[in-house]
Write a protein that binds this ligand. Structure first.
Ligand code: ZN
Length: 454
């Protein structure tokens, strides 16, 4: 039994009047965010200007706090003046915008120091009309209804019909094993969603074969190859959806798109095509996520130890030939799912080091090849005449790595203890290429130097 924080997301089918109220709330959130940002920016500019006049530190205009508490306090004092319509929306709409603003400078500061992973962020900017609609509720009447399992309750908005049944979460709530902490509504690809953050007590079954180890090689031609010899195919819809995507992109190319240099506005027909492309991307992503969830659940329900590779996904998406396949199959997503599901059912996850040559090593005799092209789909060993599918060879090497690892805990793999903090991430830097060849030594350093100079 593990108590975890989990999100339950439901697609919504709001009535058109509710759609307008949802939009109004998200607009209120954006307004409060922009209001707070303008206030903080004006203060920063004022202080910078005063410094250039040579004003001493005590003589400067006092700095405005970024904390959610002080932003909210200032908003409540100013709202009658700057937003006389504020009472139309729940006060939570404005709070959620101000909370987002309060976390923004911290995220911006952290990504320069390596405390935050992923793409570098800039100083927070104003949110435009076309920025994603979202709004979060942390207090008030939200949650499921007793009436049926097809509605959710939201403050001010009332009962909104869900596109799918809320049964799974409803059963947890009725049993008393789940507590809904907050609700976020968002608009993605033409549809409203609500995501509940839920504190839930899970009772996941232990794996059926706790003493076995499986190596998972996440592939390009197939979703994954397991060291047991099983090949998990890609979702079937992917190829046909890609064909349709190419067709729509040709169509978009024939229509009048935006041009920054001439400030040409895109045509309505171009926007329609873009909307269809967006919907298609969503469909592909949904099918993919479904396939990945089925795979990761099956792995943690079956095997006691799962070994995956620490793939450099951001480096791989920069390689144009691999990019579409990687982005289409979602290389980082399976590992994320395996890791969090493993903590639920007490399964060990080993993450092989990024430079562990899983593809180049012979799984029979252990000889490491100097070079292996991506096009070589079959592994031929020069030392022991092993001929094996490239991905299966890699999967077997990964499985063997975990078995070696249990005897000496410091050789190439890091163990993720199931009782550890599931949100703890290692701060490895994304450098290097897909071929497994180490990146030029100055590449990472150059990036680091830039980061510290900024
Ligand atoms: Zn060999």
């Amino acid at each position: 039994m593990a108590s975890v924080i989990q999100a339950f997301r439901f697609a919504l089918d709001p009535a058109s009047a509710q759609d307008a109220v949802l939009r109004s709330h998200c607009g209120g959130q954006r307004y409060a965010f922009n209001w707070g940002l303008a206030r903080v920016k004006a203060n920063l500019d004022q202080r910078a200007a005063e410094r250039t006049y040579g004003t001493v530190a005590d003589g400067l205009t006092p700095s405005v706090s970024w904390s959610a508490y002080s932003l909210r306090k200032a908003w409540n004092q100013a709202k009658d003046e700057v937003a006389p319509w504020w009472a139309e929306n729940s006060k939570e709409a404005y709070s959620s915008g101000l909370v987002n603003l309060a976390t923004a400078p911290g995220n911006w500061a952290d990504c320069g120091t390596g405390r935050r992973k992923g793409r570098r962020l800039g100083f927070p900017g104003f949110k435009g009309k076309r920025s994603g609609l979202s709004c979060r509720f942390t207090t008030g009447a939200f949650g499921l209804t007793d009436r049926d399992r097809r509605h959710v309750k939201l403050p001010r908005i009332g009962l909104v019909r869900t596109h799918e049944s809320t049964r799974e979460l409803a059963r947890h709530v009725e049993r008393g094993t789940a507590r809904i902490r907050s609700a976020s509504v968002s608009h993605r690809a033409g549809r409203w969603f609500v995501a509940f953050s839920v504190e839930i007590t899970r009772a996941d079954p232990a794996p059926t074969r706790p003493d076995t180890t499986v190596g998972v090689d996440l592939g390009v031609t197939s979703l994954a190859v397991l060291s047991t010899g099983e090949t998990v195919p890609n979702p079937r819809h992917l190829e046909s959806a890609l064909r349709e995507l190419r067709r729509l992109q040709r169509r978009a190319a024939r229509r009048v798109g935006p041009d920054r240099r001439t400030r040409r506005q895109p045509s309505a027909r171009w926007r329609n095509t873009q909307a269809r492309i967006g919907r298609l991307h969503t469909q592909v992503a949904n099918a993919r996520r479904d396939g990945l969830h089925k795979l990761s659940t099956r792995l943690v329900r079956t095997y006691g130890t799962v070994v995956v590779e620490d793939l450099n996904v951001s480096g791989m998406t920069r390689n144009r030939r691999l990019a579409r396949h990687v982005a289409g199959v979602g290389m980082a997503e399976p590992r994320r799912q395996i890791e969090y599901k493993a903590t639920w059912s007490g399964v060990n996850v080993h993450v092989a080091d990024r430079w562990y040559p899983s593809s180049k090593t012979c799984s029979a005799c252990g000889v490491v090849k100097a070079k292996l092209r991506l096009s070589e789909r079959v592994y031929h060993c020069d030392a022991c005449d092993l001929v094996l599918d490239r991905d299966l060879n890699a999967a077997r090497n990964l499985a063997a790595l975990a078995q070696r690892e249990t005897s000496s805990p410091s050789c190439g793999a890091t163990a993720n203890e199931p009782d550890g903090n599931p949100r703890k991430t290692r701060t490895t830097r994304a450098t290097g290429t897909t071929t497994g060849r180490p990146a030029p030594t100055d590449a990472g350093q150059r990036r680091r130097r830039k980061a510290t100079a900024a």
